[in-house]
Design a protein around this ligand. Structure first.
Ligand code: MF3
Ligand code: CO
Length: 293
């Protein structure tokens, strides 16, 4: 009788927890390999990005690099998405389709990349500052990048998902006067690009699912300088701010561990490339969090 009512209940409302896959140490190493390739792609972007270059050019090079490593772009063909990268410029929040349009001095360019390698996905994003970006926008980038680490800092065994979400929102909206985009969220990742749970960048401390050792999630704050409202373009993908003010986006794939999250993607190598690229400005963190970088 218990059995039957359980079956009926789960048929009507499948328990969310059943859809969350915790990864073995071996699986986490495979996801790390995928994330490492993503980081290499973003490092190539960081080394080559300059005014006059186009998103289409970057996209072609990214796909070649991925295929050279016996991997596949994760986004291309996903729900019909046409490209390897998402290249989101200035007021574009995310999901910008790479175009034949030249980057110019002062642009902020978010580049998001995902790959499938040996059966596992990796996903990461970085927002680059081309040359003389205005100080307000630079501060948005610094805040967004720092907020990602504020979230990661909470992603340990025994905490709740809401602790991650709250840490990001509190830093962005309370400590600073920026806006968290509500409609788009981070996600579990592994054998699929998007797994449960959803990882919002806003929420309440102590709420949400319990985080357990081996949960792998992509945390990806999307933060607007102005209002939180967004709109989707007619291409069905490009998400922009309604007020046309700039937006920033940083993403890491991380594994929840006992005492400290394990960051599987690598921004350090991206930043080494940015440091060596005279066309880009470094995005310095606003403050040190224990888990930096
Ligand atoms: N990092 C983004 C995400 O996880 C990029 C997805 S682009 C898509 O949603 F084409 F794959 F949707
Ligand atoms: Co993602």
């Amino acid at each position: 009788m218990h059995f039957k009512s359980n079956v009926v209940k789960s048929f009507i409302q499948p328990p969310k927890a059943n859809l969350i896959f915790h990864k073995t140490d071996e699986e986490i190493e495979l996801i790390r390999e995928a994330c490492l390739l993503v980081s290499k792609v973003l490092t190539h972007v960081g080394a080559n990005l300059r005014p006059g270059m186009t998103g289409a050019q970057l996209d072609k090079e990214a796909e070649e690099l991925i295929r050279d490593h016996q991997a596949a772009p994760a986004f291309k063909g996903y729900k019909g998405y046409p490209s390897t990268l998402c290249v989101s410029i200035n007021d574009v929040v995310v999901h910008g389709i790479p175009k034949e349009e030249e980057f110019k001095e002062g642009d902020v360019v978010s580049v998001d990349c995902g790959v499938l390698l040996n059966g596992y996905f990796g996903d990461a994003a970085y927002t680059f500052a081309l040359g003389e970006v205005n100080e307000k926008t630079m501060h948005l980038l610094r805040t967004t990048k720092t907020s990602l680490y504020k979230g990661i800092e909470q992603a340990t065994h025994g905490k709740r998902l809401g602790d991650v979400s709250f840490a990001i929102q509190n830093f962005v909206e309370k400590e600073h006067n920026y806006s968290v985009v509500r409609e788009l969220v981070g996600h579990g990742i592994g054998k699929s690009l998007h797994e449960d749970p959803e990882v919002p960048n806003y929420g309440k401390r102590g709420n949400g699912i319990l985080l357990r050792d081996g949960l792998v999630i992509a945390i990806e704050p999307m933060i607007n300088l102005g209002e939180k409202e967004i709109k989707q373009s007619k291409d069905g993908w490009t998400i922009s701010t309604r007020d046309h003010k700039p937006s920033a986006h940083y993403e890491h794939t991380i594994a929840v561990r006992k005492t400290k999250a394990d960051i599987l993607s690598d921004h350090v190598m991206i930043e080494a490339a940015v440091d060596g690229n005279p066309n880009l400005q470094m995005v310095e963190a606003l403050e040190e969090v224990p888990i930096f970088p």
